[in-house]
Write a protein that binds this ligand. Sequence first.
Ligand SMILES: *Cc1c(COP(=O)(O)O)cnc(C)c1O
Length: 234
Amino acid sequence: MAGQIRENIRQTEANIREACVRAGRDSQEVTLIAVSKTKPVAMLQEAYDCGCRHFGENKVQELAEKYGQLPKDIKWHMIGHLQRNKVKYIVDKAYLIHSVDSLRLAEEISKEAGKKGITAHILVEVNIAREETKFGIAKEEAEELIREIAKLPSLRVEGLMAIAPYVENPEKNRQYFEDLYHLSVDIKEKNIDNINMSVLSMGMTGDYEVAVEEGATYVRVGTGIFGERHYDAV
Ligand SMILES: *Cc1c(COP(=O)(O)O)cnc(C)c1O
């Protein structure tokens, strides 16, 4: 399997560039996050050696452990549901927290960031397809939540994140990506203090090209880089 990760990264980056061309976008606007959850550090190191600097993890403990074992110039993205009592373990390790969907969680992040004298960068997660099984705030409630979060110190909202439904045909998610894009434009136009709507985190292995065509600035690709995940082997 040597070289497979390198080949997957090259292919994914090429697909992103082509999607940018189709959409008339500059490919510099899109950053690939290698979603490395459940994968051993040796595989992350391999991706790092191919130039990857953005890695995504969904568990606090796993992110913290890998953080300690890999080069310090890696930008770690917390993409999974975050419990308030675990915020303190990652607030100074995560470059961006993608999964903020309540004021209480934002307050905890603000508090812990303040204690450490840093500013935490966060995204507000939107449940764009209204799936009962998913976290995230409803589209209609996003602006109000963001206005509340904006008042907190030691924290800055950089944009929005969504996890689209699992589908065989990525075209089925195009409307959701478009919806998230429009929501971010609407909120940006309100010029809320302390809010920067420049980041859109959307698109995974099955649908990232469509997400890029609809305005994603971060795509989160796991399987497409590291292969299938085997949860029992971890
Ligand atoms: C696991 C995960 C991904 C990556 O999923 P793949 O389908 O393997 O690319 C992206 N985003 C989130 C939030 C995830 O939990």
